[in-house]
Design a protein around this ligand. Structure first.
Ligand code: NAD
Ligand code: WQD
Length: 405
């Protein structure tokens, strides 16, 4: 198929593009790079061994959309959105304009270009504080912040569009907590400034970029008192988009699916798993609850399994191992040529490469679940002291101004 991927340079979009290209699709990416870099798209093409068409532009701009649709598009995957909860509370109108305005413009352009298949990135945030977990798709929807409201409104607009246009086929995918990176370590999550989300924060603490993890509350009604979430590997998530595309070909109307593993992990369990995967200590400090946080949210993913034929395959060790490999590789990329052997950054890169032999690369084919047996920290890594140093100046420690974690 000829596919338009909005937001394809971003974290989830870039991983999905690799799989789509590998599956033989032709891909056009429309992205304004407000939270990403074109370098990610170079790497996507390297990984897939196939070119894509990139249009640097905005989904709110009609000319950009017309350029993207020129030449014929069969289906759209719509990732482009702003996604930082805190920022959405401070700047709600920007979020309404970008996310809701962008989605309306996209649907108008789809209608005018005769494109009627849409896969949409929604979020578990639409469930807010669910009454029971694991949550099913028909649970009450109640959002708690402007970002969440944009996702709920966009879902409703797409549903109304499907009702008005019986030829349209849309799939709303409610992601739970995507983590991890492409097993090659070439692409991954790269939050600007201080990360909002748990996994990139833990990775930066393990790497010594940040001194400790602030654990937001240990007095929740959960076994260890910390919040429980349903983390899923970004490669599994990418795969779900391919399945959702197939589904839009087979039927019309609007359908919704939870994407998670169905298994929850607490903050402290995540920290322990990351320490195992990286061989590094992740110091923690218990702090008060984060405003708006909930105790526990996990998916019932059975509908995606039964209807789409999709199921998460990567386990927690793979999520943490690939996130650590990406963090380590990213640090290697940032090493200045004058770095001397023995400095913290060189040691980190060496140990990362020892874990993943080859050209800074990984012999595992992308999309294949990784095995846990060989992923134990090496003796060398176990001996490494936890670093308190900031080993790269490319990642400011206290830059919160542009945080879009
Ligand atoms: P991301 O910020 O890495 O990617 C979003 C991409 O969209 C970026 O490349 C950005 O430059 C682009 N973009 C934003 N506004 C645009 C516009 N107006 N025009 C063109 N491009 C624009 O985020 P992500 O984590 O990859 O998330 C992708 C989608 O998944 C988003 O819709 C997000 O809300 C949703 N989602 C993400 C998570 C998560 O935890 N990462 C969870 C649930 C849902
Ligand atoms: C997970 C757990 C925190 C950071 C958010 C958005 C949601 C969705 C996914 C897009 C919680 C704890 C975190 C830290 C911590 N995004 N934590 N210290 O809250 O489930 O969801 O991202 O749609 O909309 O709200 O994910 O990764 O922020 O937090 O203790 O520094 O980790 O309290 O229990 P969350 P998260």
């Amino acid at each position: 198929m000829n596919l338009l991927v909005t937001g394809g340079a971003g974290y989830i979009g870039s991983h999905t593009c690799v799989l789509l290209l590998e599956a033989g699709h032709d891909v056009t990416v429309l992205d304004n790079l407000c939270n990403s870099s074109a370098i990610a798209l170079d790497r996507v093409q390297q990984l897939a061994g196939k070119p894509l068409r990139f249009i640097e532009g905005d989904v709110r701009n009609r000319d950009d959309l017309d350029k993207a649709f020129a030449g014929g598009i069969d289906a759209v995957i719509h990732f482009a959105a702003l996604k930082a909860v805190g920022e959405s509370c401070a700047q709600p109108l920007d979020y309404f304009d970008n996310n809701i305005g962008g989605t309306i413009g996209l649907m108008q352009a789809m209608e005018q270009h005769g494109v009627d298949r849409l896969v949409f990135s929604s979020s578990a945030t639409v469930y807010g504080q669910a009454d029971t977990v694991p949550v099913k798709e028909d649970a009450p929807l109640r959002v708690t912040n402007p970002y969440g409201r944009t996702k709920l409104v966009m879902e409703q607009l797409i549903q109304d569009w499907c009702t008005a246009r019986p030829s349209v086929s849309a799939v709303l995918l409610r992601y739970f907590n995507p983590v991890g990176a492409h097993p090659s370590g070439k692409i991954g999550e790269n939050p600007r400034g201080e990360p909002n989300n748990l996994m990139p924060y833990v990775a930066q603490v393990a790497a010594g970029v940040r001194p400790f993890l602030r654990v937001f509350g240990n007095d929740y009604p959960t076994p260890d008192g910390t919040g429980i979430r349903d983390y899923l590997h970004v490669m599994d998530l990418a795969e779900a988009h391919a399945k959702a595309l197939e589904y839009t070909v087979a039927r019309t109307g609007c359908d919704v699916f939870n994407l998670g593993t169905g298994r929850g992990y607490s903050v402290l369990e995540m920290v322990a798993a990351f320490e195992r995967a990286s061989g590094r200590a992740v110091p923690c400090e218990i702090q008060p609850r984060r405003q708006g946080d909930i105790a526990e949210l996990t998916a019932d993913p059975s509908r995606a399994r039964n209807v789409l034929g999709w199921e998460a395959r990567y386990d927690l060790d793979a999520m943490c191992g690939d996130a650590w490999w990406w963090q380590s590789m990213e640090s290697c990329d940032l090493v200045s040529p004058e770095s001397q052997p023995g400095t913290m950054v060189t040691t980190l890169c060496r140990t990362a490469q020892a874990r993943h032999p080859g050209e800074g690369g990984d012999p595992r084919p992308s999309g294949k679940p990784i095995l846990n047996v060989d992923d134990q920290p090496s003796a060398v890594e176990k001996r490494l002291p936890p670093s308190r140093k900031c080993f790269t100046t490319a990642k400011p420690v206290n830059d919160v101004a542009e945080d879009r974690g």
